[in-house]
Design a protein. Structure first.
Length: 273
């Protein structure tokens, strides 16, 4: 008597094995996350070689890749706990350690222990900000999902690198002053761990009347990046900082509108008990 498995049983086993193996598309978001990590650390290498423009471009490319991995994971429906934790750990290095080391090698090393201490402070702020983000993601009300708590890690890194970017288009001595870099690095770290609500631009809704002006503004921004990349990046950093007070006003207005609804829901829950 033959004890071999029947053909349909072998086919079912093969399908089961294939189902357990992750496809290439499911690995792609994590690959982008690792690529952003490697690119940002390459910026530190360029800083050791005094190639400052390449160092800043590496952080900028890492920020672009960081904005892609999460969207790609949601598009491919392959979001998981491993990917979110990997993204947070990579962001600490990409937008915490790398920008701090670049600024330290540029001007802050002349301040000795003070410059190094500020770099450590910025890295710690980045780690605390991402830990808080992971811990409070499930506790955010629906109307507040269009806001971040504090400045996100990529934006904070670009704000910290503002003196270096400004030095590419202005040769004034105060731009390369270590005190200016120290001030921007400390400010960026404090903005990361602050409770200030900042816009999450990927979730901001635009009305039909605002589409055409927005396209014009984006076109001007692209033209600026092509012709005067460093001046445009410096202006974008200043514009982003200017949006923070406005985002606080909008957040307070929305919180006031939804506060009665939240209190009614809480009262209903109390009556159940």
């Amino acid at each position: 008597m033959s004890f071999r498995k029947r053909p349909f049983q072998n086919a079912a086993l093969r399908r089961k094995k294939r189902r357990g193996k992750p496809s290439l598309g499911r690995v792609l978001p994590n690959t982008i996350t690792i690529s952003a990590l490697c690119v940002s650390l390459s910026g530190v290498r360029f800083a050791f070689q005094n190639r400052w423009e390449e160092a800043v471009l590496c952080i900028l490319v890492a920020a672009i890749l960081d904005s892609m991995d999460g969207r790609l994971a949601r598009l491919l429906k392959c979001t998981n706990y491993f990917g979110s934790e990997l993204d947070s750990l990579a962001d600490v290095i990409s937008f915490g350690v790398s920008p701090a080391l670049i600024l330290y090698l540029w001007t802050l090393k002349s301040l000795g222990n003070t410059g190094w201490g500020v770099c450590l402070f910025f890295c710690a702020c980045c780690a605390l900000r991402l830990a808080r983000f992971n811990a409070t993601t499930t506790q955010t009300p629906h109307w507040a999902t269009a806001f971040f708590t504090g400045v996100p890690a990529p934006a904070g890194a670009l704000i910290a690198l503002f003196p270096l970017v400004l030095s590419f288009c202005h040769a004034e001595p105060w731009v390369k002053n270590p005190a200016f870099s120290l001030y921007m690095l400390v400010s960026a770290g404090l903005l990361k761990i602050s409770r200030l609500p900042t816009f999450s631009f990927k979730k901001v809704k635009v009305s039909s009347r605002q589409v055409f002006p927005l396209l014009v503004i984006l076109s001007l921004g692209v033209i600026g990046l092509i012709t005067e990349v460093w001046m445009t990046l410096a202006l974008l950093s200043l514009i982003y900082l200017a949006t923070i007070p406005y985002s606080c006003i909008v957040y307070a207005r929305l919180e006031k509108q939804h506060k009665p609804a939240l209190s009614e829901e809480f009262q209903k829950q109390e009556t159940l008990f």
